[in-house]
Design a protein around this ligand. Structure first.
Ligand SMILES: Cc1cc2nc3c(=O)[nH]c(=O)nc-3n(C[C@H](O)[C@H](O)[C@H](O)COP(=O)(O)OP(=O)(O)OC[C@H]3O[C@@H](n4cnc5c(N)ncnc54)[C@H](O)[C@@H]3O)c2cc1C
Length: 474
């Protein structure tokens, strides 16, 4: 098991280098790890997996009911959704199949519902149903006044995006993938032999290359001479409401979609909060993940219409993510057999859902160009720590606490995170390198006080861990 974050890179060529350890790159590395004959490198610029778009999305496991029928995205979202639901059950990734309601607020939107139901049919989503206002308000009593009806999509679910990425990475590393963090790829040359990747930690060579660099996939593609697409970051700002708001909403409440995207939604999260967002702002800056007063005001105005009572609830956090939008209406996945390379670009608003299907698709493209790692094997399953509110945390499992009292010693009271869970995360296969990484693995400091009460205790545990076992035992 190898995870490196500094020092020189191995000199021997890999069979495949996957650039970008977001949810997509980690899923691809995991799928490639099923071929026992391959040496695989997963190369990430930042100090953790899932630090790009994959850490800041709306966390919905889509059915693909509203995808463009016949597109690559429609197929991969549909297949990925089923695959991830099964994988989540096996791996302990929290998922809640709450279903979605696509709410019509005016006559034009109501008139669009049959068309959307028919589109859902074409996307093999056969269980949608149009509801009148009485049915709709019976299902969502706190919905704002004036809704005329809705399309009910029972298959839409909420999921934990952080655990998903971490589960893929953990399983990949346990099956031989070398994860190289803090390794930004700044250049690629391919003149016959293996690819030579210039990185912040020296040169890495690989016979095949997968470009899963998210927002920067276009820049990496340019190094190989391709101009197939340009990424325009589309910012989505979101507001997270306190857990007291959770009872206000039962489903994912979606608007009727527009050309700019899926629109502003209100949805529960698997952590027991309520989410309002995202905005859709096309920007030039691929690092503009800040929230703005204007963006938050717009969200609150829309939220007031959808669920008026939400406006009185406490806000726990705000965040923003950047979608890798391009000039194309579909994913920009391209095989370049002459260069032994696959580009996985333009994975905009559905990449979490489609990740496992994208991984299978990309692996197929690599095999078509001659990659041979032998027959695919079953991987040893991983069991991830539960971060979901609907499933018991360790401190609520008496048998666990009796066997290991560290699970009964709470550090973060808002999220009920125990010392035992923090200890386990710090000793994980892909351990955190920052307190934010620890938060994504445990939810410590992610609750209503945002670390005000537990911050010092968490930092103390962190420092003791960093300075070695002697001090940790002291
Ligand atoms: C607001 C918002 C809401 C969304 N909601 C949903 C949703 O509800 N459901 C859903 O399925 N999807 C959703 N998405 C989409 C989903 O989050 C993305 O499609 C997915 O995270 C993309 O993953 P990725 O691995 O391609 O990109 P990223 O997560 O961005 O990963 C790319 C990685 O590549 C690394 N990298 C870049 N350049 C280099 C380089 N030169 N060298 C080394 N490493 C490099 C980056 O550091 C990064 O870690 C949403 C997105 C946003 C922004």
């Amino acid at each position: 098991m190898t995870v490196t974050a500094h020092g020189p890179l191995p000199p021997v060529p890999y069979d495949v280098a996957v650039v970008g350890a977001g949810v997509v790159g980690c899923a691809i590395a995991r799928e490639l790890a099923r071929r026992p004959g391959l040496r695989i490198a997963l190369v990430e610029a930042q100090d953790d997996v899932g630090q790009g778009t994959s850490k800041a999305n709306t966390a919905i496991l889509h059915t693909g009911f509203d995808a463009v029928p016949g597109s690559l995205e429609a197929r991969l979202v549909r297949e990925g959704s089923r695959a991830l639901a099964a994988y989540a059950a096996e791996s302990g990734i929290p998922v809640e199949p709450v279903g979605a309601l696509l709410v019509a607020w005016d006559e034009e939107q109501r008139a669009a519902l049959p068309r959307l139901a028919e589109k859902a049919e074409r996307n093999e989503c056969h269980d949608t149903r149009i509801l009148g206002p009485a049915d709709l308000y019976a299902r969502e009593p706190r919905l704002g006044p004036g809704a005329l009806g809705a399309l009910h999509v029972p298959g839409e679910s909420i999921i934990c995006p952080w655990t998903t990425t971490l589960a893929y990475a953990t399983q990949a590393v346990r099956h031989g993938v070398d994860l190289h963090l803090n390794t930004p790829v700044t250049g690629v040359s391919h003149t016959g032999g293996p690819h030579r990747l210039t990185t912040g930690r020296g040169t890495l060579t690989a016979r095949h290359l997968v470009n899963a660099a998210g927002l920067h996939a276009d820049a990496l593609d340019r190094h190989l001479g391709h101009q197939d697409f340009t990424v325009t970051p589309r910012r989505g700002q979101l507001i997270v409401y306190d857990k007291f708001a959770r009872d206000l909403v039962r489903h994912i409440l979606l608007p009727v979609p527009t050309a700019l995207g899926k629109g502003v939604l209100v949805a529960p999260t698997v952590y027991g909060n309520v989410l309002l967002g995202p905005t859709a702002e096309d920007l030039d800056d691929k690092s503009a993940t800040g929230s703005t007063a204007g963006g938050l005001a717009l969200l609150r105005e829309k939220g007031r219409r959808i669920l008026p009572a939400l406006d009185d609830e406490e806000v726990t956090a705000v965040y923003a993510g950047l979608r890798a939008a391009t000039e194309h209406d579909d994913y920009a996945v391209a095989a370049h057999p002459g260069q032994a390379c696959v580009t996985v670009g333009g994975i905009r608003s559905t990449g979490l859902t489609a990740s496992l299907a994208l991984a299978a698709h990309v692996t197929g493209l690599l095999e078509d160009m001659g990659l041979d790692g032998g027959p695919a094997r079953e991987l040893e399953p991983v069991r991830m720590p539960n971060l979901g509110e609907a499933f018991p945390r360790p401190c609520r499992q008496p048998e666990l606490v009796a066997a290991d009292p560290e699970y009964g010693t709470l550090v973060c009271h808002c999220e009920r995170v125990s010392r035992g869970e923090i200890r386990d995360a710090l000793a994980g296969t892909v351990p955190p390198r920052t307190l934010d990484g620890l938060r994504r693995r445990t939810r410590v400091r992610a609750g209503r006080c945002q670390g005000f009460h537990c911050g010092a205790a968490v930092r103390d545990l962190w420092e003791r861990h960093r300075h070695g076992p002697q001090e940790a035992r002291a």
